[in-house]
Design a protein around this ligand. Sequence first.
Ligand code: ADP
Length: 296
Amino acid sequence: DLLVVGSANADLVIGVERRPAAGETVLGSDLAVHPGGKGANQAVAAARLGASTALLARVGDDGHGRLLLDSLRSAGVDTVGVLVGGAPTGVALITVDPSGDNSIVVSPGANGRLTPEDVRAAGSLFHASRVVSAQLEIPLETVVAVASSLAPDSRFVLNPSPPRPLPAVLLAACDPLIVNEHEAKVILGDSAIGDDPEDWARILLAKGPRSVVVTLGAEGALVASKDGVRRVASVKVDAVDTTGAGDAFTAALAYRLGTGASLEEAAAYAARVGAAAVTKEGAQDSFPTAEEVDAL
Ligand code: ADP
């Protein structure tokens, strides 16, 4: 089984002709409200592929929290670990201009109240999980607690998004650490590392993870472990909206690792899932079923 530990947000989206300056008001489109947050997205993506998936997260006792619980349950995610209360549900306020550029304000809300104690209280979820997947939209100390709560034979997958420098104890637990180009650069810091993603993969691996995956958008991905760096082919598709591609990729990879696939096999499957996700608008709405992945 797969356990995802992470954020759940309501994404509030308004289209605008242009953004307001300080003190100004502009009119926008009708409001669209979507379930989001990287934790909820990954749990929904994995469940839609057929993975037996639970989410450990925190939402507020409010309408946005109920929207998230509904979307998780209708995707088949086990929500026994979704804690309610302590702060309003996390929200992302998103304006989209006619060129498609986003401006986003995030209020972490209840995500910021998911504590190491919440993790320790969820021991039975950890015992039931062969793979545990996390991101960084919850407190870092909570993610560190996740990495130290794994059952003996289970595996930790981390997508450090939004990226920040990571403590050695967390890096050492990752198998794999999954980063896109931007995340790789932030985690590697200012060290002049050049433009070759294979170098980033090698340098990241030397920082302690047991394995590293670098995602490269339409170029596919790289997998790095003690066996070396290998390229994972991308799948050619007509990209419509890349939102959620990274979440779909990480969820699919974690799911396949739990079924006993090698890292390279899991990454190849994840690349197909990521490609399928960019062929549709939205995040959770774009995640494919296993049948849709097979048809690709
Ligand atoms: P993020 O969304 O975190 O920036 P990427 O853009 O690297 O991550 O996308 C994650 C994965 O999704 C890629 O490794 C690739 O397998 C797949 N993917 C993303 N964009 C495309 C695309 N345009 N065509 C095909 N596959 C894609």
